[in-house]
Design a binder for this molecule. Structure first.
Ligand code: SF4
Length: 121
C-alpha cells in the first residue's frame, strides 16, 4: 500500500488553490501524475505546505508529519511535489533538492493535470 504525502506552496494553498481540491480529485480519479497508481493500492496520507518563503522549514515539517503519524503506524512511502511549487516557486530547485535529500522515499514531480490553459479564451 502506497501512502502519499503531497507537498505544495503555502501561499498557493492558503490563498489561491483553496482546499487543494484539484490535487484531491486528481488523486481520487488517478489522473495526471497520479495515473501511476491506477492499478496500485494507494492512500493520500497528508497535504503539507512548504512553511512559507523561502521554504526553509520544509525538512522539519516533513519530520513532523512522520512524528504525528507514528502512533497510528502510518508511514509515508511516496512524496509528490505539487505544480504550485514546480511551476511557480522561485525557490523550487532548493526546496525540491531538500525534499529529495531527506525524504528517504521516492519523490515524484507533479500531482493533478488540471492546470488552466487560456484563462480568458
Ligand atoms: S517558498 Fe515557494 S513554495 Fe513556499 S510559499 Fe514561497 S513561493 Fe510558495
Amino acid at each position: 500500500m502506497e501512502k502519499i504525502l503531497i507537498i505544495g506552496c503555502k501561499r498557493a494553498m492558503d490563498d489561491v488553490c483553496i482546499g487543494c481540491s484539484r490535487c484531491l480529485v486528481g488523486f481520487n480519479r488517478r489522473e495526471g501524475v497520479f495515473s501511476m497508481y491506477k492499478d496500485v493500492e494507494a492512500e493520500l496520507t497528508g497535504l503539507l505546505n512548504c512553511g512559507d518563503c523561502p521554504g526553509a522549514t520544509i525538512v522539519t515539517r516533513m519530520a513532523q508529519v512522520n512524528l504525528w503519524n507514528k502512533p497510528q503506524s502510518e508511514k509515508i512511502t511516496k512524496v509528490h511535489v505539487a505544480p504550485c511549487i514546480l511551476d511557480h516557486c522561485p525557490y523550487k530547485d532548493t526546496i525540491f533538492a531538500k525534499i529529495k535529500a531527506k525524504a528517504g522515499v521516492e519523490v515524484v514531480e507533479g500531482t493533478h493535470p488540471y492546470m488552466p490553459k487560456d484563462i480568458f479564451a
